[in-house]
Design a binder for this molecule. Structure first.
Ligand SMILES: O=C(O)CCC(=O)C(=O)O
Length: 335
């Protein structure tokens, strides 16, 4: 197997750059692509100034060429981009209803278990999934809700979500029409479009961070380390991107989702983090550079997209608010 550092540089934006030479330069023009490539800078060149946070965009559509270039450069440098109002209030309502139904089904669970394709992870006092629930039916995570919920299945196919993956985050849809979803992201394209067939959502889940201290945090980690081999291979070859869609408000005060900007370019640290992941809120020490820590203030329907190698995590929810997020992992496909 290739070295970890080589793997990390092979997927994501470095792959994008290579793909651009072959496919995208026709669409975006060589000048813009090469500027984006220059944005893929060494860590010590990256800015911590306000510009680093300026990718908090209002929505997935309506970016002009200049805005698109800036967002792509930001994603290349920081490894994340926030997109406001990506998912409609009706879609968020449907996700709430679907989550409520799954929670009702799990109302007596005291141990993590799989039921008809969906994995219910209980919230234990330690945060470890093998420990008993703090009370019957209290959940930390539901994995693969799309297998039984139309709302979550729709989210994995959402045209706006996929448009951002293709257009900003460099995930290949594997056709000459690459990025086509991005041209009309506001439209309700069906799963029959080419990008829908080829870009794969390999993980979907909902994380329920319970209020009043019950919902424990997530140590710093990189999702790429948890990809199954075939998904990892696709990610390395054709790009990958993960998305968190807020179902409730998410912010510093309620155990909000946190990213460590720029860490996607500093290598994979699985050997140092693997033992901490299935555990309590304590962060993984000083393994990652935390100097560009960022906790976006998200409203329901807002989303943050991030590189699969970007370190992220979150703290305990001590507030009285629920904090539910849907998470999706996408990998690209070749022609
Ligand atoms: O729910 C969160 O705040 C973090 C989720 C996460 O990183 C994970 O599920 O691996």
């Amino acid at each position: 197997m290739a070295s970890v550092a080589a793997s990390v540089t092979r997927f994501g934006l470095s792959s994008t750059r290579a793909r651009c030479r072959a496919a995208r330069c026709r669409r975006f023009g060589r000048g813009r692509i090469s500027r984006a490539a220059r944005g893929y800078a060494a860590a010590d060149e990256a800015s911590t100034a306000d510009e680093a946070l300026s990718s908090e965009t209002p929505r997935a559509w309506g970016w002009d060429d200049h805005g698109l270039g800036a967002l792509r450069r930001h994603y290349a440098r920081e490894g994340w981009v926030v997109v406001r109002r990506l998912v409609t209030p009706d879609e968020v309502d449907a996700l709430h209803a679907a989550t409520d139904a799954l929670q009702a089904e799990a109302s007596a669970f005291t141990r993590s278990r799989r039921e008809r394709g969906v994995y219910f992870e209980v919230q234990s006092a330690s945060g470890r999934k093998g420990d008993p629930a703090v009370a019957p039916g209290v959940l930390r995570k539901i994995t693969s809700p799309s297998k039984r919920s139309r709302a979550f299945a729709s989210l994995t196919m959402n045209a706006n979500v996929r448009a951002v993956c293709a257009q900003l985050c460099g995930v290949s849809d594997g056709t000459a029409e690459e990025g086509s979803a991005a041209r009309s992201p506001g439209s309700s394209r069906s799963s029959s479009s080419s990008s829908m067939r080829s870009m794969r959502c390999v993980v979907d889940q909902v994380n329920l961070k319970q209020p009043l201290g019950a919902g424990t945090g997530f140590p710093w980690h990189q999702d790429v380390s948890f990809l199954k081999p075939d998904a990892r291979a696709a990610c390395e070859a054709h790009g990958g991107c993960n998305a968190v869609v807020a179902m409730d408000r998410s912010h510093e005060g309620n155990g909000g989702f946190v990213v460590l900007g720029g860490t996607h370019r500093l290598g994979e640290k699985f050997s140092q983090t693997r033992d901490a992941y299935d555990g309590a809120a304590g962060f993984s020490g000083d393994v990652f550079d935390v100097s560009r820590r960022f906790c976006p203030r998200l409203a329901p329907g807002d989303a943050i997209f991030f590189h699969p190698a970007l370190a992220h995590g979150s703290g305990t929810n001590h507030s009285p608010e629920r904090r539910r997020i849907a998470t999706l992992w996408f990998v690209g496909a070749g022609e």
